[in-house]
Write a new protein. Sequence first.
Length: 136
Amino acid sequence: MHLGHVRLRGHHLVCTHFYRGADFPGEFSRNLERVMTDFEHKGAIVEAGPDDLCVHCGRLTENGECKLEGGGESSIRGLDALALTLLQVGVRDHVTYETILDRIPNILVRWKQFACHDCDLCNTCRNSQGLMARGA
Ligand code: SF4
Ligand code: SF4
């Protein structure tokens, strides 16, 4: 972590508003709750690659790449870039939870169109906080 702030990659700035720890098993879930508590209270530093959620994820390889099916690290970095562009923040920026929360309603149409449509977690988000009911 940087100066006590959690590190979050671009797409996690968006996705963590829709899924929460109860959606995932084990240590990933517990870590997600810790990270989100810190994010809400102290903000986060925008990370270019694997972040404080990835380090507790079984899909992170030893060489620091995401092995998620359907494109792996390069696909994930594409999502990160999309999130940063839509949110208008950059790598190494310090962002507050409130700032991101305020911007999310304005990006949801494009986020759902380009990020959520083929995401395996779609049902999780739909069921947890009404992602699919938000935005146009
Ligand atoms: S699936 Fe990939 S991007 Fe998501 S938390 Fe795991 S390692 Fe990180
Ligand atoms: S459906 Fe997938 S891409 Fe969309 S907010 Fe949820 S985790 Fe992120």
